[in-house]
Design a protein around this ligand. Sequence first.
Ligand code: BGC
Length: 765
Amino acid sequence: MKRYLGLDQWNIIENDFKDENNKVSESIFSLGNGYMGQRANFEEGYSGSSLQGTYMAGIYYPDKTRVGWWKNGYPEYFAKVLNSTNWIGIDIYIGDEKLDISKCDVSEFSRILNMKEGFLYRTFIARLKDGNEIKIEAKRFLSIVDKEIGAIEYSITNLNFNGDITISPYLDGDIKNEDSNYDEKFWDEISKLSEDKNSYLTMKTKKSNFYLCSGMKYDIFKDDTKVKFNAQVNEKEKFIGNTIRLNLNKNEKVTIFKYVANVTSRDVNIDDIQSVTKNILNRAYDKGFYKLLEEHAKAWDKKWKESDIIITGDLAAQQAIRFNIFQLNQTYTGEDDRLNIGPKGFTGEKYGGSTYWDTEAYCIPFYLSTANQKISKNLLIYRYKQLEKAKENAKKLGYKKGALYPMVTMNGEECHNEWEITFEEIHRNGAIAYAIYNYVNYTGDKDYLTEYGLDVLVEISRFWEERVNYSDAKGKYVILGVTGPNEYENNVNNNWYTNRIAAWTMEYTLEVLLKLKDEAPQKYNDCIKKLKLKECEVNKWKDIIKNMYYPMDEKFNIFLQQDGYMDKEQILVKDLPKENLPLGKHWSWDRILRSCFIKQADVLQGLYFLGHLYDDNTIRRNYEFYEPRTVHESSLSPCIHSILASRLGMNYKAYEMYLQTSRLDIDNYNDDTEDGCHITSMAGTWMSIVEGFGGLKVKNDVLTLNPSIPEKWETFSFNIMYRGFLLKIRVEKNHVKISNDSDKEIQVVVKDNLYTILGKKAIEI
Ligand code: BGC
């Protein structure tokens, strides 16, 4: 853990620039608008430690797989979200010297991420080699109103000399992914054009043939007066820019407003791409920087009204939850059902920006409660649309039927190739089924099941049917050779979580079918026909459910993580020398695999998902056994523990785990934020408050709350969208207020008592 950023309610603040922190800050201060995003790189460039990163949602490249030993069944490629045209670039020369923070004396540095209004601000004073001093102020944002637009206000104030200054705004498409497997570049130039104050650069990805047209236009002001200038056009391969030379006297300030539009062939025909870019760019230019920013800030204000969480009495916790909510809303807006949520969003390249089980297991609850229901529905439909590919994937691996969703994907095809993950982390199928249950349980949208959900549930159940085998020795069904959520052990037999989620998927599928038969026999018959579901399949599922093997430990009376777990030397994390942590960085893989240490919630993940089926004592026994053996080296781990600890009334533990999840990136807990922020686990942070401290659940179609409040907090408040209602919940010590913002009355259970809240009224308990 390393805390170098200032605490504030609405801002992330870095004062005092240090090169060693820069890559971490570039991740943390990232901007995005669901359509595109970028790391917090410097407009003027920086030759120190940096990852220049600009990403367009859904634009990927199938990079050829790189593995030591090829295994049949591996995918041929690993899809990567592409680092694309750098459009923020504005080179600055004072005389002949290029401005570069790593090569001059810097003072009064400050970088601020304003989360309330959604912009990045930076200022510093640079003292150049010949003693010339300038003050820089830069503000930029990626509009959440006009999604193709980014805008920059960049000012240079001359502090102590009279001389020449050169400003070169540019678009640079000569970009490489840091994680390129064979050091290849993935973009070819299609065209470039500079006319009047407008420049355009159109690039195309190799193999996947996506087009990206970026257009820039700018104005320059000296103090408050618009400057007339002659710009020189600079062209090289994959690059277009302008150079403007000006004279700048002491105390004068020059400001460039740079507007950029980025349009891709995902949305626009390639023949029209440049003209569409031009129209969008001109529209933005005509509005101007301040109007664009005002509209953008207003849209953020609306988002905050829907999804803000207010904590009083704990500034670190307040800042952290806002940071998490801000980054989630920057990453995914739900407007485009072809998109999903990469574990690093737009903040880095690791994990390739692809879709993981993280979306279903962690992100869906956030969008269910903070946004229109169609957004979480879109996330489910994303998987529905990829069902045929998931069936192909199962076939490729030798299954006769059913669907195995990929562990990592961009377009429905598996694109990860570590055998222990690709072939063995089949538990992901369970999370996809669970998300359908979660969505229907929360929204009451049963039509989703007949329209889309049942198709997915049946195909996943078919997969499990074939994946289990009957063990004569045990007289039970077993699942062999898997990796559970705990990736610190592979190829285990009977991972409790996997066995349980497999049987549960079949239970839920049968339950849905039975209800449908009862409530809508005609729809039921249509579904059976469409899915060609046979009675023998249903009978087999029933038999598997009844006779699934679940490893147990009798001494501790717990579900055993997998067969043989108790043969391992049992050591607790607290007894490990501190310098061994994180194990993933300090131990050999051999040592990790042999140890009892658990990377992330595994049995406890199952008890979180299926918490409605287990009593507190069962959860407590398992929690008390597993948590002390868990190193939480996946960002997805602390949140699940925090929620369970809240349920068990272990308030201090719940709070400790909350802080770890919420400040994971801001305080760089796992020493890996330079690779990007842990976007998907941020939804887990939100869950720790709303499901954990708030105790939110939907039981038998009734919203229930079981609030508790961490000792350090005075109050916390959150909003919930639920079946057309907007509820505002404020928790104080021994006091809860629930306001119903809608016109209709609603029934809510709080701490086991049922209350009715009339429309536009509140209750206090
Ligand atoms: C975790 C996985 C997760 C992936 C992407 C890994 O470290 O173990 O559960 O899906 O990160 O977030």
